[in-house]
Design a protein around this ligand. Structure first.
Ligand code: PAF
Length: 287
């Protein structure tokens, strides 16, 4: 496994037949490893990027405290058969300081996660665009856990004609349902147990949807679970149209992403499940 620090060295990396990239901000956990296993299935050369992107943090303190664990990350990646890790410095990625020209996520960047974290998706798409240029992959794999990010990246690739296929990998969960996230390390044992309300709310809403509930009843089933739990500072529990991240209205039918975001203590967590409205018995994500 080659550790690459500069864009010039990355450009000199010989290509495999089908290069697959997995972009990360490090602090790798089982969720990232699942992305890498999926990448291994999709191509013959896997490049992982590790870069904590300052542009996508709306709070400086959040950026500062983001875990940086390069040695541990490399130790996790080596046995997976990753071919190269691109871990540039801030100066290598942004040699002229904050970029003058950036990518706008448009309306996708202004709703739900985007409303809670102004500028976040513009920052994500700007670095994703740069990393797509630098790594030049045939396929890029993103985690379904960041549902709105996946929608935004697909729109970037479609609208700006990036010659890359976007693949997704399912959310990895602990046995009790908590979605794996780099932020889980910030949860105290008590907060971690309170955080289970998020996946339970999604499971309840998913069950309601698969039993034929309307969108309003589906959302109510999830919100009832959240209301019954203390210590959850709910930001949203919403249904999104997977095509454009717009909020689904009451008469919505078809595939929908149920998404939740809440602060548990100081830590903001997100989770989602894809299900179908108006088609009783349809298979949703199981947990
Ligand atoms: O999902 C992430 O870890 C980040 O948003 C990404 C895609 C690596 C861009 O910094």
């Amino acid at each position: 496994m080659q550790l690459i620090r500069t864009a010039a060295d990355l450009a000199a990396l010989p290509r495999g037949d089908r290069r697959v990239v997995v972009m990360t901000m490090g602090a790798l956990h089982e969720g990232h490893l699942a992305l890498i296993r999926r990448a291994k299935d999709l191509g013959d050369q896997v490049v992982v990027t590790i870069f904590v992107n300052p542009l996508q943090f709306d709070e400086a303190a959040d950026y500062e405290r983001y875990p940086r664990t390069l040695d541990a990350d490399l130790a996790l990646l080596e046995p997976l058969g990753v071919d190269a890790v691109f871990a540039p410095s801030d100066d290598e990625m942004y040699p002229h300081g904050e970029p003058v020209v950036t990518v706008s996520a448009g309306v996708i960047g202004r709703v739900l996660e985007g409303a809670a974290r102004p500028g976040h998706f513009d920052g994500v798409l700007t670095v994703v665009a740069k990393l797509l240029h630098l790594t030049a992959p045939d396929v890029a794999v993103f985690g379904a856990k960041d549902a709105q990010q996946v929608i935004a990246v697909k729109a970037l690739v479609r609208d700006l004609n990036f010659p890359v296929e976007i693949a997704t990998a399912a959310t990895v969960r602990d046995d009790d349902g908590l979605a794996r996230s780099s932020r889980n390390v910030f949860l105290s044992p008590d907060e971690r147990s309170r955080a289970l309300a998020l996946s339970r709310a999604l499971a309840s809403a998913d069950h309601a949807a698969r039993s034929g509930a309307s969108l309003a009843a589906t959302l109510r089933a999830g919100r009832d679970v959240l209301d019954a739990h203390d210590g959850i500072d709910l930001d949203y529990f919403a249904a999104l149209n997977p095509a454009d991240a717009s909020e689904a209205n009451d008469d919505y039918r078809g595939e929908v992403v149920l998404a939740v975001a809440a602060r548990v203590g100081e830590t903001r967590l997100i989770d989602n499940v894809t299900t179908r409205i108006g088609e009783p018995g349809a298979e949703g994500d199981q947990r």
